[in-house]
Design a protein around this ligand. Structure first.
Ligand code: 13P
Ligand code: SF4
Length: 340
């Protein structure tokens, strides 16, 4: 798709200045004339189509702060997708998040700005792999991270996100579970429960690059540094962290730190996370080792606009797969009630 540049007129400036006020400490003023015409056009079209934009915490600030109606981690987006009464859901995140939205609210049109926005974890396992694991460990519940395809979810007993994995594994009251596909999240869950965990070898291509040594080097410069890490990071990173949690968990933790006079925070997660959290808590100073998720970064304002104009790219799930996958996601949501 070629990007057509939209003009920044005085009307657009007047319409979008109040929106810029929300992002002025994360988006430089000089960049606003590029974003503002898209922001205005998207917000207008969203109303016309009765659409809602759900954006993950790793989206760029110009999507996260100016056109998104709901922002959050994978769990929050799934919960909100299930609840929305909009006709159209535009999911600014990655493909598995859009499939999850379709599963929990099948009557809606679910669109993604770029169909190629995948995920290395989702790509690491197939439905046939899960069936083989079931044969190898008969009777063992299959617990599947939402970062998977609908086909893989369809072979699973229950889904989890990084925000509820420990809680759900414990709630199953099984002596052991098959936990797919993130090896590091599986290890993290194993460290928090007495349940035996059979893991897979999937990794997040963004978080697997962080090292514990990186944290130690940053701490040499400032021993008071507070380190937050996503549980997709390798165990040596999590061992050094002061807090481990989902992207929403990290945001809430920064909110607590923001009450302190001066907090310096090292975020071991995707680049845009620090931009988005710092927009909300400008008094917290962030150290940003910053690994980029190339999939999340496929989404741009021009692509979001195109998505609403052309009503593409629609994400659907074949009915036989959807029925079984929905059971695993619904089961997760039923365990997650306290959050909504
Ligand atoms: P969260 O559910 O914590 O937002 O994580 C999703 C993800 O893809 C992290 O890499
Ligand atoms: Fe997948 Fe990692 Fe990107 Fe999250 S950050 S979408 S787990 S590749």
């Amino acid at each position: 798709m070629g990007v057509i540049e939209l003009p920044y007129t005085s009307d657009i400036a007047a319409e979008t200045d109040p929106i810029f006020a929300r992002v002025e400490n994360v988006i430089p003023r000089v960049e606003w004339p590029i974003h503002a015409p898209y922001v205005a056009a998207i917000n207008r079209l969203k109303a016309e189509r009765n659409a809602v934009i759900l954006a993950h915490n790793y989206q760029v600030p110009e999507i996260f702060y100016t056109v998104a109606d709901i922002v959050g981690d994978s769990l929050a987006l799934a919960i909100q997708a299930a609840k929305t009464d909009a006709d159209v859901i535009v999911l600014c995140g990655v493909h598995f998040m859009a499939e999850t939205a379709k599963l929990v609210n099948p009557s809606k049109i679910v669109l993604v700005p770029d169909l190629k926005a995948g995920c290395s974890l989702a790509a690491s396992i197939t439905a046939a792999d899960v069936r083989l694991l079931r044969e190898k460990y008969p009777g063992t519940p299959v617990v599947t991270y939402v970062n998977t395809s609908a086909e893989v979810k369809a072979e699973s007993d229950v889904c989890v996100t990084s925000g509820n994995a420990v809680q759900i594994v414990e709630a199953l009251h099984a002596p052991r579970v098959i936990f797919l596909p993130d090896e590091y999240l599986a290890k993290y869950v194993a460290s928090k429960t007495n349940v035996e965990i059979i893991a897979w070898k999937g990794h997040c291509e963004v978080h697997e690059r962080f090292t514990g040594n990186e944290i130690r080097r940053f701490r040499e410069g400032d021993p008071s540094l507070i380190v937050l890490a996503h549980p997709e990071c390798p165990p040596d990173v999590l061992a050094e962290a002061d807090f481990v949690g989902s992207t929403q968990g990290m945001t809430e933790y920064v909110g607590e730190l923001a009450q302190q006079a001066r907090a310096r925070v090292l975020l071991m997660t995707e680049c845009s996370m620090a931009d988005n959290v710092s927009g909300r808590y400008p008094n917290v100073e962030f150290v940003r080792p910053c690994n980029l998720c190339p999939h999340m970064k496929r989404n741009t304002l021009p692509k979001v606009l195109h998505s609403l104009e052309a009503m593409e790219y629609e994400v659907t799930v074949p009915p036989d797969v959807a029925e079984r996958a929905r059971r695993a996601v619904d089961r997760m949501l039923s365990y997650s009630r306290p959050r909504d």
